[in-house]
Design a protein around this ligand. Structure first.
Ligand code: CA
Ligand code: CA
Ligand code: CA
Length: 546
């Protein structure tokens, strides 16, 4: 974020980084395998994990060609799994968000699973709570004795596990392990003790990085699902539009349209009132945003077990499904092309897509490679109407190795793509100031080709033009260290600095704190690999990609 707010400063800013999930087996000595880590972490280690998650705000300056943290800045801030956050919008105070610790249903501690997120034109951050379910544990059936209305909800979002009483009338222990061990040490992450705490996660959380004491707000009007990103479109005297993908196989692409029109400096809480939509794609290249609501023309609330219109925001997945929204191949990030005003959406992969479940917008059976969709709201280039319920769409690019012998694996790149120019598993997207599309990948090392050969290159960053003769002609720009995924590409307004985040370096099979696959970026004995932000500038100080 340029500093001060409202400027196009490119040598002074606030770096906002999210810390998505802990990796106990790489963080702490003595843990032998990732799979067991949640069962062996101590309470102290869980507390370290809770302090390590969330977001950081760091004031940074470009000094003598080097980006440098201002370690004494009063703007530096940590938001963790224990930071108090206000719940706002339609679900604030709802009975299904009340817990033992918060009888008001308006105050929650922490934010987790923070993914791509986005920025607003009014200078705030929207951070996206993605895999929140991984922090909870407990038996859904036992929790259902306290909160029967949540059992289906746990199942739809993958919270906890399911086990019926055995012959002795007792609930058996879980056969598997949770992603994280928090539920063993803190009651609020144990659904058998706090059955409604999971309803307080899965939101877009807005906060002001320029105001270090301001309280973040969970904006429930934007819906509860596994948000990957938040792409905001504002036009004068028009409602604010926020696009967000639900990153799970067969889930949907969502759009929020605010009730009120955007007015500069007067719209601080504009994301608290509005409607949610989910995308439906037709075979003829058209599409429709379906408004999620109950009653006439909408979903049958009684049949879905939703007590009121407000609960549409709590469980939009079931409403979107019942209204026929298109199930997608794991929607990740989105971006709007600053020149054409078209929307781009990454679908990262879906190994479970069968021929029967494939659809025009997700056409490849067992889609290990992912693809990118281009959505065109009505209107001319640069002046499209993102509030319209109609759109046109096409597949911008089918990712994967274009040289692969299996026809269905072939991508749909520009014919000039080079051996290093193709990629797979697109995740985060960013447009540079010139309007070129930058694509970060997540999944190269773990996603093998159908013949079992491992992907030949690692995750990284590619750039392509979206129009003209070089449309869909990606070029390789950056390669991650071993075991890492690439995320967060962000440019300074002058296009001369590019920040990228190297997430979970060294997370390779068998690697642990004691036996790391790499010690990037410190390369010092005793140091684990550490996720880090890399600032990239050109040797001659010019624009990136020039
Ligand atoms: Ca994701
Ligand atoms: Ca991601
Ligand atoms: Ca991903």
């Amino acid at each position: 974020m340029p500093f001060p707010l409202g400027t196009k400063s490119s040598d002074h800013g606030l770096l906002v980084a999210n810390h998505e999930f802990p990796t106990a087996h790489l963080m702490f000595p003595g843990i032998e395998a990732r799979a067991d880590s949640s069962k062996v972490v101590t309470r102290n280690q869980v507390n370290v994990e809770m302090a390590a998650l969330g977001l950081s705000v760091v004031e940074i300056k470009l000094l003598d060609g080097q980006w440098t943290a201002v370690s004494t800045s009063s703007l530096n801030r940590r938001i963790t799994a224990n930071t108090e956050i206000e719940i706002t919008g339609p679900l604030a105070g709802h009975s299904r968000l009340k817990t033992n610790a918060d009888a008001t249903g308006t105050r929650v501690l922490g934010t987790m699973g923070n993914c791509a997120g986005g920025v607003t034109p009014w200078g705030t951050i929207l951070t996206a709570e993605e895999n929140f379910q991984g922090y909870f544990w407990g038996n859904r059936v036992a929790a259902g004795e306290l909160a029967p209305e949540e059992v289906r909800n746990y199942e739809v979002y993958g919270v906890g596990y399911s086990a019926e009483k055995d012959a002795s009338g007792k609930y058996p222990p879980a056969s598997g392990a949770p992603w994280f061990g928090w539920g063993f040490h803190h009651d609020r992450f144990n659904i058998e003790k706090e059955p409604r705490e999971p309803n307080r996660f899965g939101y877009l959380v807005e906060f002001d990085p320029y105001s270090p004491k301001s309280q973040p707000k969970k904006r429930t009007a934007l819906g509860r699902f596994k948000h990957e990103g938040a792409t905001v479109v504002t036009k004068r005297r028009s409602p604010v539009v926020v696009y967000s993908g639900d990153d799970e196989r067969f889930q949907h692409i969502y759009r929020f349209v605010s009730r009120d029109a955007y007015q500069r400096n007067k719209s601080a809480d504009i994301l608290d009132d509005g409607d949610l939509y989910a995308a439906k794609f037709f075979a003829d290249g058209t599409g429709k945003w379906i408004k999620l609501h109950l009653g006439k023309g909408g979903a049958d609330g009684a049949a879905l077990g939703l007590a009121s219109e407000t609960e549409v925001y709590l469980e939009p997945r079931v409403v979107a499904k019942s209204l026929g929204a298109t199930p997608m191949d794991r929607p990740e990030d989105m971006g709007v092309d600053p020149n054409t005003d078209r929307l781009y959406v990454t679908l990262t992969n879906n190994s479970k897509l069968t021929a029967e479940l494939a659809n025009p917008a997700n056409p490849r059976e067992k889609n290990l490679w992912g693809h990118i969709l281009e959505i065109s709201p009505p209107g001319e280039d640069g002046k499209r109407d993102h509030t319209s319920d109609e759109f046109e769409w096409e597949i911008f690019l089918l990712a994967g190795d274009p040289g692969h012998p299996q026809a269905s694996a072939r991508g749909s790149y520009h014919p000039g793509v080079t051996d290093s120019g193709w990629f797979q598993n697109p995740d985060n997207l960013e447009f540079d100031p010139k309007g070129r599309l930058w694509i970060a990948s997540d999944g190269f090392p773990s996603h093998k080709s159908p013949d079992g050969t491992p992907a030949p290159v690692h995750d990284g960053l590619w750039a392509t033009e979206t129009t003209g003769p070089n449309r869909a002609l990606p070029k390789h720009f950056y390669g991650c260290p071993r075991g890492a995924e690439m995320c967060g590409p962000t440019f300074t307004p002058d296009g001369k600095s590019l920040f990228v985040a190297v997430q979970h370096p060294g997370m390779e099979p068998g690697a642990t704190f004691d036996k790391p696959a790499t010690r990037w970026p410190d390369f010092k004995a005793g140091m684990p690999p550490r996720p880090s932000v890399v600032a990239i500038t050109k040797d001659d100080g010019g624009e990136i990609g020039s």
